[in-house]
Design a protein around this ligand. Sequence first.
Ligand code: IMP
Length: 422
Amino acid sequence: MAGIIVIGAQWGDEGKGKVTDWLANEMDFVVRYQGGHNAGHTVVHDGKELRLHLLPSGVLYSNITSVIGNGLVVDPKALLDELSDLERAGVGRPKLVLSSNAHLIMPYHKMIDEATEVRLGKAKIGTTGRGIGPAYADKAARIGLRVQDLLDMKIFREKLATALDRKRADFDFYEIEEPGLDEIADEYAAYADKINGMIGDTEHLLNWALKEGKNVLFEGAQGTMLDLDHGTYPFVTSSSPTAGGACVGTGVSPLRIDRIIGIAKAYTTRVGYGPFPTEDTGESGETLQCVGAEFGTTTGRTRRCGWLDGVVLKYAVEINGMTEIALTKLDVLSPFSTVRICVGYEFGGEVFDHMPPHQTIFHKCTPVYEELSGWQVDLGGITKYSGLPEATRRYVERIEEIAGVPINLISVGPSRTQTIIK
Ligand code: IMP
């Protein structure tokens, strides 16, 4: 039995796609457990760069069964478009099973997502505008439509009528024209024709697979600090990207998980609004942004950049019970003569070396940095840990000390070959 969870240790975009792709070789199943097509995984396959939003990274391998778990919110159009993109890229049709219990993103979710952001004005979250939050809100309000409703369009129409009725107040509040029931039902009936063959009992399938000793990779999207409970609320996504979410979002017991791998970028980035203590809006941040090509895969937005936050990393290790870390984009730090790691937050004369008890402190603190020598050597061609400059190894080992878990994999470039196993 091998159940492995891969999660983001920061605010998403840590390079989970590359690490998942690296591990996928040995996997029988790759499973998404939360979120939707707000995610953006860039993987390089056969020299071609592919962008996945909703599909698990396993779709690139013909021997892997890819699973979209019950914890996701699925936009059927986005799903079908992504499958078509794969075919166009020559990857072909993946083996894909879609949980009957996953929820559907409806056209009005996207409308409400966009209208909410406009209404929030300066206080907006900076969502991806894909309807993720409103779809999860309807799930919790028990007026969501699920993937299994596509199997019976009579039931689908009944549930849709109830949902539209309950959402009328929202449509009025946001001044959105009420969407037509027939129009939506016809659109989703056309999706159902193409999707119904993929729907299955993924809970049973995954439990069977783990019992049979198959290798199952649970692929987190976004990151720990965007978790609805453990992140920088309300500047978070509406699901649980943390390790616990993998169990809830698939129906697999925590006892089935053997390894929890946290993916951390060698520095920090964030898209959207919300607190980010180590954000650097000066020259260093600009260098990280340019050298690291920090533009969002899903929305194309420029990512905010700053130094590695050791306090956030320690918190992520704890919340997720990480057994190890994969450190990505270490090569991006090469231009710097000195590099910094945040080891505490100073606020009101006190230094916090753990996540502060109140978010205002996190918002307003001054990061306390440790400065280490840079290496100013191109790392892109180095394939062994011992081949890294001494200053680079010192940086890696200091992160291990702060996190309290080993770094087992280091990425020094986008391609599969630019990976060092430590
Ligand atoms: P939503 O998930 O579209 O509701 O967006 C909520 C917050 O999560 C916003 O700050 C987004 O920028 C952020 N977010 C959502 N998906 C990702 C991702 O894949 N990477 C990084 N940030 C994300």
